[in-house]
Structure formats: structure tokens, C-alpha cells
Design a protein around this ligand. Structure first.
Ligand SMILES: NC(=O)c1ccc[n+]([C@@H]2O[C@H](COP(=O)([O-])OP(=O)(O)OC[C@H]3O[C@@H](n4cnc5c(N)ncnc54)[C@H](OP(=O)(O)O)[C@@H]3O)[C@@H](O)[C@H]2O)c1
Length: 317
């Protein structure tokens, strides 16, 4: 669809972990970007303007997902939108409104501004909270998290992502707006922003906290750079439609720690692992059929650790 016309695109929540990586990729591909941040003057967004080509091709807009007019200013004039912003794990019910109403605000502005395609970043949290899915069956894009189950278990983040994504796809059906959703699993990989986001913190804690015991969970993960490529691919490929699960590797926490230890033996790793049940399997076959490829886990882990070292986050170990 948009291959030939690399125009202006908007990235919401541009200063966040995944969005910053996407902005970097889009700049490198020659896109002109309107990035939304809640506070353009906040030091935590300073990395954006230091990206290559940013001075000439990136413009930051102050916008909140619940402020329709602020989104209008950022999206008007763009032919594509990457809606990445969403409150990320927090155990409060308050994150639902910005996630759901915020997504609908973005989509309404996109309709008004005649945007050609919107890529919405959802999450595997909108896929795997489904107790009725057969245990031996790999989860694909037809599997949705059960909203009632999310409510009963007070899993507000999963509920927020499930509602936001299903509302987005319903909106697309109702209005004809071209919406594609991407559902990444746990995102690791080097960070560009100075702050520490929730998923990077999981890896950082395994490296430096010397925890007595951690659950030996099955983790499905994807590199932040591969996620950015997936977002670009689903934006650029005319045939992309509907939802795309984005995941690369499945690994238990203990094996993840063993891999980290073999690369970097001297950090303060957990001492014990408790066995836990569960571990659904989830597939990115649909995304791979679209042409998506991913990097080895070892590269993700070593580049992650290097980026934490450069930021001084692992000092003191
Ligand atoms: N990291 C993962 O493992 C993972 C996995 C699956 C899906 N995702 C999804 O990926 C997206 C990006 O997450 P991330 O990991 O990059 O986390 P992040 O660094 O915390 O980014 C979240 C972004 O959302 C913005 N935001 C939150 N509430 C907002 C509001 N009311 N108005 C405007 N902006 C708002 C934040 O802005 P401020 O900086 O101003 O707070 C921040 O830029 C999210 O949609 C998340 O659900 C992440």
C-alpha cells in the first residue's frame, strides 16, 4: 500500500521503549514522523531528538490519549499512524480508560484525517488469558483473552489490552478504517530511552537482584528491534490485515538465566527456581508468512545487557 509514498506518519507515545526503537527504524527508512509525547520538555524524551535524521525528520507534539484535540494536532497531515502508547503494567483499574478510550480517540482522529492505515500495538496479553483454549493447541490470532476471566482475576493490564484491541478491530469493521493490530509477547532488547520500562526491568532484576527464588515461568519473548520491523512490515505490506502475533522465542526463566550466565558470568543471578504450571504455546506463523524474520535470543540478550551497562544500570554488581 504505502511503499511508494513514504509520507508523514505519526507514532503515539514516541518516547517509550518500543516506540523509540520504531522511531529510529522509521527515520532510517526515510519517513517523516510526528511523535506524540506527554511532555516534550521532559528529560526522559531527550533521546529522541538525538536520533540520526531526527532534527530534520522528527517533530514532537504534546499529546495525551484522553485529549482528542491534542491528538488531532499530531495526526492531521499524516498518512499512517502507529498507535503504540498505552499505560504499561500497573495493577490499577485506572489504566483501562487511557488504553481503551485513548485508542478510540486515536482511531476517530485517523478517520477524520483520512489516514490510510493504522497499526495498533496490542499485546499477547490480549491473546493468552483464555482458560477455555485447549491445552494442547497452539494459540493463534483466533484466540482472544477472556474479558470476564481478566476481570475475575483482576488482571487489569490484560483487560485493557484486550478491550482496546477488540474495540479497535470493531471500529475498523464499522467504519472501513484500515486497522492492523500487532500482539507482541515479552519485549527485550537494547533500550534507547534513559528510563527503565517494565519489560526491561524483568531482565535487569534477573541480572542484579540476587533474588533468593523466582518462579520458573515459561516466557515468550521478542526483540524490540524485531517488533519495530514487524510494525513497519504490517504498515507497508498491502496484504496485511487483522491481528498479528509477534513472538520469537519460548524459554523458561531458569534457561534464560543460564543463557545470561554463560554470556555474563559475574552478575547477581537468582539462586533458586520454583516450578510453576502453565506455559501456553503461541505462534507467529501469520507474521512470518508476511515476511517477518527474527534474530537469535543470544543477540537480544547480549545487546540488552550491553545497553544496561552503557546506562550504568548494572553498576554495583
Ligand atoms: N514491553 C513489552 O514487553 C510489551 C509487550 C507487549 C505489548 N507491549 C505494548 O507496547 C506498547 C509500548 O510499551 P513499552 O514496553 O514501550 O512501554 P513504555 O516504555 O512504558 O511506553 C508506554 C508509552 O505509553 C505512553 N502513555 C501511557 N499513557 C498515556 C496517555 N494517557 N497518553 C499518552 N501517552 C501515554 C507513555 O508515555 P509517558 O512516557 O508520558 O508515560 C509511554 O510513552 C504498549 O502499547 C504496550 O502495551 C509491550
Amino acid at each position: 500500500m504505502l511503499m511508494a509514498e513514504k509520507g508523514k506518519v505519526c507514532v503515539t507515545g514516541a518516547g517509550g521503549y518500543a516506540a523509540s526503537c520504531l522511531v529510529k527504524l522509521l527515520l532510517s527508512k526515510g519517513y517523516v514522523i510526528h511523535g506524540t509525547v506527554r511532555d516534550p520538555r521532559d528529560e526522559k524524551n531527550a533521546h529522541l531528538m538525538k536520533l540520526e535524521k531526527a532534527p530534520e525528520s522528527l517533530k514532537l507534539f504534546k499529546a495525551d490519549l484522553l485529549d482528542y484535540n491534542s491528538l488531532c494536532a499530531a495526526i492531521t497531515g499524516c498518512i499512517g499512524v502507529f498507535h503504540v502508547a498505552s499505560p504499561v503494567p500497573s495493577s490499577t483499574v485506572q489504566l483501562i480508560e487511557p488504553a481503551v478510550k485513548g485508542t478510540l480517540n486515536v482511531l476517530k482522529v485517523c478517520s477524520e484525517a483520512k489516514v490510510k492505515r493504522v497499526v495498533v500495538v496490542s499485546s499477547s496479553a490480549a491473546v493468552f488469558m483464555n482458560p477455555n483454549w485447549p491445552k494442547d493447541q497452539v494459540m493463534d490470532e483466533t484466540c482472544w483473552s477472556d474479558k470476564n476471566y481478566c476481570r475475575e482475576t483482576k488482571n487489569w493490564y490484560c483487560l485493557s489490552k484486550t478491550e482496546a484491541e477488540s474495540e479497535a478491530l470493531d471500529y475498523a469493521k464499522r467504519t472501513g478504517l484500515d486497522v492492523v493490530t500487532v500482539c507482541p509477547t515479552f519485549v527485550f532488547g537494547p533500550k534507547l530511552q534513559s528510563t527503565v520500562n517494565a519489560s526491561s526491568l524483568v531482565l535487569i532484576n534477573l541480572l542484579k537482584e540476587g533474588l533468593e527464588s523466582v518462579p520458573n515461568r515459561v516466557r515468550m519473548c521478542v526483540d524490540v528491534r524485531d517488533l519495530a520491523e514487524a510494525l513497519l512490515l504490517t504498515y507497508e505490506k498491502p496484504e496485511a490485515e487483522g491481528r498479528y502475533i509477534c513472538t520469537s522465542h519460548t524459554i523458561r526463566t531458569k534457561d534464560l538465566v543460564d543463557k545470561l550466565r554463560s554470556l555474563y558470568p559475574n552478575y547477581n543471578y537468582p539462586n533458586n527456581f520454583t516450578e510453576v504450571e502453565g506455559g501456553q504455546r503461541i505462534s507467529s506463523e501469520k507474521l512470518q508468512k508476511l515476511g517477518w524474520r527474527y534474530m537469535p535470543l543470544e543477540k537480544t540478550l547480549s545487546d540488552s545487557v550491553k545497553s544496561y551497562q552503557e546506562a550504568g544500570i548494572l553498576d554495583g554488581n
